[in-house]
Design a binder for this molecule. Structure first.
Ligand code: SAH
Length: 207
């Protein structure tokens, strides 16, 4: 899968390819979907959410420009798969999930599988996780209508925020927002489709 679906589509960062080859995606899926674990597709998990498509997980991890000592915040733990991948590339990962049932099951799963540098938090990730800020990278795995200011404020100087942004629920563009001094630069990494980022002021005002 790594060669066919990820490397062939232009992801060349060795640490990302190694992490993708190492993390067993089937361990993050409901038992009846295990046979599809290495299809390059998103799949349903509990609470009406999805485990991201492997190519998109790799794309986000590469865009985040992680280093072995890096500190990362993931918004949207879901199954814990993305957090596991990030934890093989960076030093420490905090991952925040709004569904309590998902935060609990992903936290337990990551612990059992030995991903001891991942910390799962139950809460609203649109506010980030100020307790451990600043982060070298923040990776948001749900689509937002606009960029949450709180997340930009929790980046280190030169920190990267990877986030799907779009005013329509079904189409977003994956953006890399880089803090450069007090300014930000934006790279558009292409069209993507994620489940919505849920927050008080998030989609409601755009629907
Ligand atoms: N990275 C996950 C993908 C999960 S899908 C994986 O690899 O499995 C996106 C997740 O974002 C869902 O679990 C959803 O519940 C969560 N989410 C949506 N809005 C959120 C918010 N405001 N704070 C935290 N998590 C949120």
């Amino acid at each position: 899968m790594v060669e066919e679906s990820i490397e062939s589509r232009g992801i060349s960062d060795r640490s990302v390819l190694e992490a993708m080859a190492e993390v067993p995606r089937e361990k993050f899926l409901p038992a009846h979907l295990c046979e599809f674990a290495y299809d390059d597709k998103p799949l349903p998990i509990e609470a009406g959410q999805t485990i991201s498509q492997p190519y998109v997980v790799a794309l986000m991890a590469a865009a985040a420009e992680l280093r072995p000592e890096g500190r990362v915040l993931e918004v949207g733990t879901g199954s814990g798969y993305g957090a596991a991948v990030l934890s093989r590339i960076a030093g420490e990962v905090w991952s925040i999930e709004r569904h309590e049932v998902l935060a609990a099951s992903a936290g337990q799963r990551l612990k059992e599988l030995g991903y001891s540098n991942v910390h799962v938090i139950h809460g609203d990730g649109t506010q980030g996780w100020p307790d451990e800020a600043p982060y070298d990278a923040i990776v948001v795995t749900a689509g937002a209508p606009t960029v949450p200011e709180a997340l930009v404020n929790q980046l280190t100087p030169d920190g990267r925020l990877i986030i799907p942004v779009g005013r329509k629920r079904k189409v977003q563009h994956l953006l890399r927002i880089r803090l450069v001094g007090r300014e930000t630069t934006v790279d558009d990494l292409g069209a993507v489709r994620f489940v919505p980022l849920i927050a008080d002021q998030s989609w409601a005002e755009f629907d």
